[in-house]
Design a protein around this ligand. Structure first.
Ligand code: 8YV
Length: 339
C-alpha cells in the first residue's frame, strides 16, 4: 500500500492484549497500535497513545470519562469487549459525539452456563470440600460432611432479567425443575414469562422466597449496593447468593459479615467491589466460592466478543455504522461520517 493510502486509514488503539488474529484483522483496515504485552498503561499514557486516533478497542478495565474524552478530541468510537459498559460515561460520550459499543448476545449462553456452575459449586460446597481434601483432612465419611443445599426443585430467584438472566431461568426451569421467580426494572411479556416458567415478584418477595438468588443486573448508580445488610437479612438462612453481574451491586463488607454470621448459607462471587482487589474479610470465610471475573471465559466466546468489538470498529470507521451501539439515540457521528 502506498504511503498516501496508508496515512488515510483510520488510526486505532487496542488498549489491552487480545487474540493476535483479531489484531491482525484490525491491521487489515487500520493503522493499529496494540498492547500485546498487556502493559498497565497509566491514564496519562493511555491519553497520550489515543492522540490522533479515531477508535479504541477497550475492555471493562478501561475507564472512558469526561476528562479522557476532553483530552482525546479525535476519538469517535470506543468498542468495549464486554456486554457491560459501566466503565463508559455514556452521557459524556454522547456529548462528545463518541459512539459506544458493547458485545451483547455472543456471551449470553456461556455466562449463563457459568452462573449455573457457580451456583452449583456454592450450594454443594465444591471448593470448600476440595480444599479440605487437599489439606489431607479427609479421614472418614460422615453423614453431614459438606452437606449443602439442593438445586433441583428449589426456588431460583433472579434479580435482573435480561438475556443472561433469561438463560439462567431456562436452565433452572427446564434442566433442574426449579421454581423460578424474578425481579426486574420492567416485567417481561406474558409469553416470555410462560416460556421461561418464571413468575414476576417484588424485590422483597424475591429476597424472602429464593433458595438461591442470582444477580445479573447491570451496574449503575441505582444498583449500587442493591444487596446490602438489610437485603441479606431478608434472605433465608439456608439461601445461596451468586453475583455474576458487577462488583458494587453487592456490599462486599456486609456480605462477608452475613457469611460469617450465617445470616445466609453461602455465596458464589465472580465479581468484586474494587476488583482485582477482594475484600479481605471475604477471603477469611469458608462458605464462599470466589472466581476472578471469568463468567464469559470460554475460548470461543472470548473470541466472539473480541471479533464483535473489532467488527464494530471496522463497520463504524468504514462508514457503515456501529453494529451493536449502546446509545439509544446514536449521535449523528454514528453514521460513520467524518466529523
Ligand atoms: C468481560 C463482562 O470479560 O461482558 C461483560 O460485561 O463482565 C465480562 O464478560 C469483562 O468485562 C472484560 O471486559
Amino acid at each position: 500500500m502506498s504511503d498516501a493510502a496508508t496515512s488515510q486509514r483510520p488510526r486505532i488503539l487496542v488498549t489491552r492484549a487480545v487474540f493476535p488474529e483479531v489484531v491482525a484483522k484490525l491491521e487489515r483496515h487500520f493503522e493499529v497500535e496494540s498492547n500485546p504485552d498487556d502493559a498497565d498503561w497509566s491514564r496519562d499514557e493511555l491519553i497520550a497513545r489515543l492522540q490522533g486516533r479515531q477508535g479504541a478497542f477497550t475492555t471493562g478495565s478501561v475507564k472512558v470519562d469526561e476528562a479522557l474524552l476532553a483530552a482525546c478530541p479525535d476519538l469517535r468510537i470506543c468498542a468495549n469487549m464486554a456486554v457491560g459498559y459501566n466503565n463508559f460515561d455514556i452521557d459524556a460520550m454522547t456529548r462528545h459525539g463518541v459512539v459506544a459499543t458493547n458485545t451483547p448476545d455472543v456471551l449470553t449462553e456461556t455466562t449463563a452456563d457459568f452462573g449455573f456452575a457457580l451456583l452449583m459449586a456454592t450450594a454443594r460446597r465444591l471448593t470448600e470440600s476440595e480444599h479440605y481434601l487437599r489439606r489431607g483432612e479427609w479421614k472418614k465419611w460422615s453423614y453431614d460432611m459438606f452437606a449443602g443445599a439442593d438445586i433441583h426443585g428449589a426456588t431460583l430467584g433472579i434479580l435482573g432479567m435480561g438475556r443472561i438472566g433469561q438463560g439462567i431461568a431456562r436452565r433452572g426451569a427446564l434442566g433442574f425443575g426449579m421454581k423460578v421467580i424474578y425481579h426486574n426494572r420492567s416485567r417481561l411479556p406474558a409469553d416470555v414469562e410462560a416460556e421461561l416458567g418464571a413468575r414476576y415478584v417484588g424485590k422483597d418477595e424475591l429476597l424472602a422466597q429464593a433458595d438461591h438468588l442470582v444477580l445479573v443486573l447491570p451496574y449503575s448508580a441505582s444498583s449500587h449496593h442493591a444487596i446490602g445488610a438489610a437485603e441479606l437479612a431478608r434472605m433465608k438462612p439456608t439461601a445461596t447468593l451468586v453475583n455474576l453481574a458487577r462488583g458494587g451491586i453487592v456490599d462486599d463488607a456486609a456480605l462477608a459479615e452475613a457469611l460469617r454470621a450465617r445470616t445466609i448459607a453461602a455465596a458464589g462471587l465472580d465479581v468484586f467491589e474494587g476488583e482485582p482487589s477482594v475484600h479481605p474479610a471475604l477471603l477469611t470465610v469458608p462458605n464462599v466460592v470466589l472466581t476472578p471475573h471469568i463468567a464469559s471465559a470460554s475460548i470461543p466466546t472470548r473470541r466472539a466478543m473480541a471479533d464483535l468489538a473489532a467488527d464494530n470498529l471496522i463497520s463504524f470507521l468504514e462508514g457503515r455504522g456501529a453494529l451493536t451501539p449502546v446509545q439509544p439515540n446514536p449521535s449523528p457521528a454514528d453514521t460513520g461520517a467524518a466529523r
